[in-house]
Ligand binder design. Structure first.
Ligand code: OAD
Length: 231
């Protein structure tokens, strides 16, 4: 059975109206990531961090999946092998398009996490730092997002999938953030064919066997149609 692992980043949601991080006008040109995306920033100013993620939760709730999300859901439904999406995105546009086999390695806006006892529960639309944890009542509520300096989720499962992959596809990610940026090397050294789909080639040439350049909403459906036609 053929196995495909697809890594997605902010670029796949860009045409749904959600900002990327490192492009011109990206989120990290407007916000200091040390203040809003680290445990230290949260300890210094939890209200600022909640304001940042509350705004992103509202944006994501108002956005709809685009043709790239739809095409990956169609691929999962129709491909005769296995399709796994490993996403760095914290929106739920893959699921809303119909994808089921999705790993959110950087957490989800939809989740709340207690920094005191690690209890998890569904996040309300607006989170506040004095919201009590439903399990331990501590007022240490945080978004269930993996911040810089923290370990991404489900890494063992991801490593096993990369090891077994026949095809590794990276879509809409700059390749600036590890460990995700290293997945192409892992998959390639385990024998997978590697493909990048991005607005512009993002990494040093050679890591990917093939590069398709273009907006995800066009390039991903074209690639999915090509793959389904030959399988
Ligand atoms: P980046 O903002 O670093 O990169 C977005 C990539 O998407 C760039 O390579 C763009 O060229 C590409 N892109 C933009 N628009 C596109 C489009 N319409 N179609 C296809 N590609 C497009 O975002 P990520 O790589 O996802 O982590 O960033 C990785 C991590 O860094 C994020 O998960 C986040 C961030 O800090 C945390 O917050 C922990």
């Amino acid at each position: 059975m053929e196995r495909i692992v697809i890594l997605t980043g902010a670029g796949i949601s860009a045409e749904s109206g959600l900002g990327t991080f490192r492009d011109k006008d990206g989120l990290w040109t407007k916000y200091d990531l040390n203040e809003v995306a680290t445990p230290e920033g949260f300890a210094r100013n939890p209200d600022l961090v909640h304001t940042f993620y509350n705004a992103r939760r509202a944006n994501a709730a108002g956005a709809a999946p685009n043709a790239a999300h739809d095409a990956l859901a169609e691929l999962e439904a129709r491909f005769p092998g296995e399709v796994l999406i490993v996403t760095q995105n914290v929106d739920n546009l893959h699921e809303r398009a119909g994808s089921r086999n999705v790993i959110h390695m950087h957490g989800e806006l939809a989740g709340a996490l207690c920094a005191a006892c690690d209890h998890r529960w569904p996040a309300p639309a607006v989170m506040q730092s004095n919201d009590p944890c439903p399990a331990c009542t501590a007022a240490k509520t945080r978004p269930d997002i993996v911040w810089f300096g923290e370990m991404p989720y489900r890494m063992e499962e991801i490593a096993a999938s990369l090891w077994d992959a026949d095809l590794f596809v990276s879509i809409g990610t700059s390749g600036e953030v590890y460990p995700a940026a290293g997945f192409v090397d892992e998959a390639k050294s385990a024998g997978a064919v590697t493909l990048e789909i991005n607005l512009e080639p993002s990494r040093v040439p050679g890591l990917f066997d093939r590069v398709i350049s273009g907006p995800a909403s066009q390039a991903v459906p074209q690639w999915v149609a090509e793959l389904l036609a030959r399988s």
